[in-house]
Design a protein around this ligand. Structure first.
Ligand code: SAH
Length: 225
């Protein structure tokens, strides 16, 4: 399928889903501390409304998480921006793994920034929807898989960066094991109400772990749905 024109009203959006709405969101993200131009430029361009049910599309450029079915949510734009910024800050990764495809929006943001993205989702219907959005946007550098993402994607490992978009009780050893030397992992960790966003970087001295602040994510669950 060919890449849609920037002038296609469906992908470009109108009214509450227009370019102006995206520009306002980017201004807000900047005011709230997002600095990386590369990330802001992708958010300015990528139609988040396409990843959301039509009934909620008018709220797509509010800085808020929204339901996507199956009790899951599309992450708040600020959170997507902050995690992406943290993941690419020290070095632009080439081969990236995302756990928790959900709507596909975070994955699409990454796909516009890096060479290859791999994403794993445990709920089949969400994954099918996300794949439709990837096709519609002509994002050909994404491969996705229906599985329990806590195990990572060993056939595709190692990864320069791994991003987890659901909160586990601990960092998953299987994911850390699939990081390349000098790789970077960003993941929310902890129980509901007490989660923090962690960044782990692998260097010659082992894992360097830092907390990037409090967040609120849906739980990382076992098995497939
Ligand atoms: N990145 C998504 C956020 C979706 S919410 C977006 O931009 O929309 C988190 C997602 O993680 C949900 O879709 C949930 O089903 C998924 N998830 C939870 N546990 C998982 C697991 N063990 N493996 C894969 N996906 C998981």
């Amino acid at each position: 399928m060919s890449r849609p024109s920037r002038y296609d009203p469906v992908t470009r959006g109108l009214g509450m889903t227009s370019q102006r709405a995206r520009d306002r969101l980017v201004e807000r993200l900047r005011a709230e501390g997002i600095r990386d131009r590369r990330v802001l430029d992708v958010i300015r361009e990528l139609p988040r409304h396409l990843f959301i049910d039509e009934a909620l599309a008018s709220r797509a450029y509010e800085d808020t998480a929204l339901p996507i079915g199956h009790g899951q949510t599309i992450s708040q734009p600020w959170v997507v921006a902050r995690m992406t910024e943290a993941l690419i800050e020290h070095r632009l990764p080439r081969h990236v793994l995302e756990i928790g495809t959900g709507s596909g929006y975070q994955c699409a943001v990454l796909a516009r920034l890096v060479e290859q993205v791999r994403t794993v989702e445990r709920i089949d219907e969400l994954l099918r929807n996300a794949r439709r959005h990837f096709r519609k946007l002509g994002l050909a550098n994404i491969r996705s898989r229906h599985d329990d993402g806590r195990l990572g994607w060993s056939d595709e490992a190692p990864f320069d960066a791994i991003i987890v978009t659901a909160a586990g009780a601990e960092l998953e050893d299987a994911l850390l094991a699939q990081l390349a030397p000098e790789g970077c992992l960003v993941a929310p960790v902890g129980p509901a109400g007490r989660q923090s966003l962690l960044r782990v970087r692998a260097d010659a001295d082992g894992w360097q772990r830092e907390s990037l602040g409090a967040v609120s994510f849906v739980p990382l669950l076992g098995g497939t749905g």
